[in-house]
Design a protein around this ligand. Structure first.
Ligand SMILES: O=c1[nH]cnc2c1ncn2[C@@H]1O[C@H](COP(=O)(O)OP(=O)(O)O)[C@@H](O)[C@H]1O
Length: 220
């Protein structure tokens, strides 16, 4: 049922069974919440800043992206379940404050920041995904403030920046990062955002996914 085959990663197979193949991209409308009201809804957000600096003077990083190491040892974006009476945006802002101490007076997520929503029929799960661009200075402040988040050291074990370049061996960098374990469909959300925010081309994403898949295959 995957409809997102224009991003160069619709055929991801990985060690995780939770791949994009199982998720269907759906429109984000008021009616979605009504139609899927018996489903579990979650909202996650990607804060990012463009960063054109070179790593080791040769690899362009392109963007700083905030992901986090979770309590369960796997990677994901800040966010969480939508509570009864909340809409996805409200849930996201609440979770952003709890998990990374985001200053909502300065950097609130709005519905304009919504990027994509995925549906998992079997799991009855609706995953709403938002992205928000900030300046690199703002990004660093957000990272620093996250150490004082209520959930730091409890649910959240620190923010991390995925490397967005690929090194000479074709694996180190982004493909190696992608071969980690990810919560929900956060790996696919990351790739979707990289493509749709024009941070990395779909061709390069496809190459990285191929390299990641080869690595996973070779290490079975
Ligand atoms: O970064 C993410 N992107 C997409 N889905 C995620 C991400 N992190 C967790 N999930 C999924 O969202 C649901 C809610 O998980 P989460 O642990 O974030 O919520 P909670 O903090 O309210 O318990 C779970 O089904 C989980 O697999």
């Amino acid at each position: 049922m995957a409809s997102t085959d224009n991003c160069g990663f619709s055929d991801i197979e990985s060690q995780s069974s939770k791949t994009l193949l199982e998720y269907e991209e759906i429109l984000f409308q008021e009616s979605v919440s009504e139609k899927f009201k018996n489903f579990t809804h979650a909202a996650h957000g990607m804060l990012y800043a463009l960063d054109d600096r070179l790593v080791f003077g040769m690899f362009r990083q392109r963007a700083a992206i905030l992901m986090q190491l979770r309590f369960d040892g796997i990677l994901g974006f800040p966010g969480g379940l939508v509570d009864p009476g909340e809409n996805p945006m409200e849930a996201l802002n609440r979770e952003m404050e709890e998990e990374i101490n985001l200053d909502l007076t300065q950097h609130p997520f709005t519905n304009d920041n919504h990027l994509v929503t995925f549906l998992h029929h079997k799991k009855q799960l609706v995953l709403h995904f938002f992205t928000k661009e900030v300046s690199l200075d703002q990004f660093k402040n957000i990272e620093l403030k996250s150490l004082n988040a209520k959930e730091y050291g409890l649910e959240c074990f620190g923010s991390i920046r995925p490397p967005l370049f690929t090194m000479e061996d074709g694996f180190k960098g982004l493909p190696a990062f992608l071969s980690n374990q990810f919560a929900g469909n956060s790996r696919e959300q990351l790739l979707y955002a990289l493509k749709s925010r024009n941070i990395i081309t779909s061709e390069e994403i496809a190459t990285c996914v191929e390299s990641m898949k080869r690595h996973v295959e070779n290490n079975r």
